[in-house]
Design a protein around this ligand. Structure first.
Ligand SMILES: Cc1cc2nc3c(=O)[nH]c(=O)nc-3n(C[C@H](O)[C@H](O)[C@H](O)COP(=O)(O)O)c2cc1C
Length: 402
């Protein structure tokens, strides 16, 4: 759920600050973009350098430092964050946040952000139990902040009781759960196709394309997270199939993809065809490896079946069919005519010549064209975020049928 999310990690001056290093690392491994803000006291415990290297981003801490990266100024971080996690949150930080004090980079940014706030208090048990701290926590909660309860156990100060920073995995899970979408697709059968098909020339060679499968896998993952029973039919891809699928069907050729898709289609509510299916295949497949000394060779190609068109013809009322158009010219016109010709409900159009769009990138730049002609243009987004926006629109515009 954290893939592509921008998380600001606030680190304050508690003994558990070292654990925040692992939090930053786990967030990044989960695909999040992590920006660390440290208090002056935090830097007594862990160096800025450690967080800079682990997060891969400059660390913000001094409000008065000359601006070398405008994007870490407090307002910029306040605006870009999808969520703030303050871990560990000292008694001091909780008090300042509860009272709107803004006397350093972290507290000032906290006041300026509209993003959801997560505080993970960590301190000596008496400090934690003190009415002042408890009152501050209650104030923050009443304003909608999320408080991640401290664990109980042995504390660095030598006592036992509540006040331990929970394990990094627990903190990351709290954010992950927050971003987990509602089960808006519960009870729905969704079919996603992904990656490119490969069309054999001989036992070792094939005609393929540059599709990595990332877009389709992101859609399958997002639909599964929303509670759908997802069948993912995929051409060869180096990606690991997402968790929570109902069925994963690996295929190689367009003909195999057609067979797999048609077999399940009657029971499907929403079909999203993100695969790059080869339009042509060699007419004959050599039974043995073609030798180098064959000299000049000519490959004769024949058309592959048009799976999307076939689905459009077989579509029943209530079934939603979404296609993709990856183009290098005349994007909108081509996509619109493909939508009509193939009886689609939506088409996702991307100009694969644009930087950050299309094949083998982590991001995509796309337009969603609906059957009624409306065009929605999305900014450059991670493929997972784009998958979420596409599913929002597809479900929203078809609530009646769904
Ligand atoms: C060794 C040491 C460990 C500390 N550990 C904690 C702690 O775990 N939790 C806490 O609330 N304060 C702790 N403090 C006190 C804070 O560092 C102090 O209140 C500081 O002003 C917090 O600043 P900050 O909230 O701006 O980071 C500790 C202080 C020292 C010297």
């Amino acid at each position: 759920m954290l893939d592509g999310k921008k998380i600001v990690l606030g680190v304050t001056g508690g003994i558990a600050a070292y654990k925040a290093v692992e939090v930053a690392s786990r967030l990044r491994q989960a695909g999040a973009e992590v920006h660390v803000i440290m208090t002056r006291a935090a830097k007594e415990f862990v160096t800025e350098l450690t967080f800079r290297e682990i997060s891969g981003q400059p660390v913000a801490s001094d409000m008065w430092a000359p601006v070398t990266h405008w994007n870490v100024a407090h307002i910029a971080l306040a605006n870009l964050a999808d969520a703030f996690l303050i871990a560990p949150a000292t008694a001091n930080l909780l008090a300042k946040a509860a009272h709107g004090i803004a006397d350093d980079m972290l507290t000032t940014t906290l006041l300026a952000t509209p993003a959801p706030l997560f505080f993970a208090p960590a301190m000596n048990s008496r400090m934690y139990g003190h009415p002042a701290t408890q009152q501050n926590i209650a104030t923050l909660r009443s304003r909608g902040a999320h408080i991640i309860e401290p664990a109980t156990g042995h504390l660095a100060c030598g006592t036992d009781g509540p006040g331990r920073l929970p394990e990094p995995a627990v903190l990351v899970k709290a954010l992950d759960d927050f971003f987990r979408p509602e089960k808006t697709l519960a009870g729905k059968n969704v079919l996603v196709t992904a990656a490119g098909t490969v069309e054999p020339i001989d036992p070792v060679r094939y005609i393929g394309n540059r599709s990595s499968g990332r877009m389709g896998y992101a859609i399958a993952a997002e639909a599964a997270a929303r509670g759908a029973a997802v069948t993912l039919v995929s051409g060869p891809s180096s990606l690991t199939p997402p968790e929570g699928l109902k069925r994963f069907v690996p295929v190689e050729t367009a003909a195999q993809m057609r067979e797999a898709v048609l077999a399940v289609f009657p029971a499907i509510d929403i079909v999203i065809k993100a695969a790059a299916v080869a339009d042509y295949r060699p007419m004959t497949v050599a039974p043995n490896k073609i030798k180098k000394d064959a000299g000049e060779i000519t490959l004769r190609l024949e058309k592959n079946p048009d799976i999307l068109r076939e689905l459009g013809q077989r579509k029943q009322p209530g079934q939603i069919l979404v296609g993709f158009a990856a183009e290098t010219e005349n994007l909108l016109a081509y996509a619109q005519s493909k939508l009509e010709k193939k009886n689609l409900d939506f088409i996702v159009a991307n100009d694969v010549t644009k930087p950050g769009a299309g094949f083998n990138t982590e991001t995509n730049l796309a337009k969603l064209i609906a059957r009624n002609g409306t065009v929605e243009e999305f900014p450059l987004l991670s493929k997972r975020e784009l998958a979420a926006r596409l599913l929002d629109r597809i479900t929203e515009k078809n609530k009646a049928e769904l």
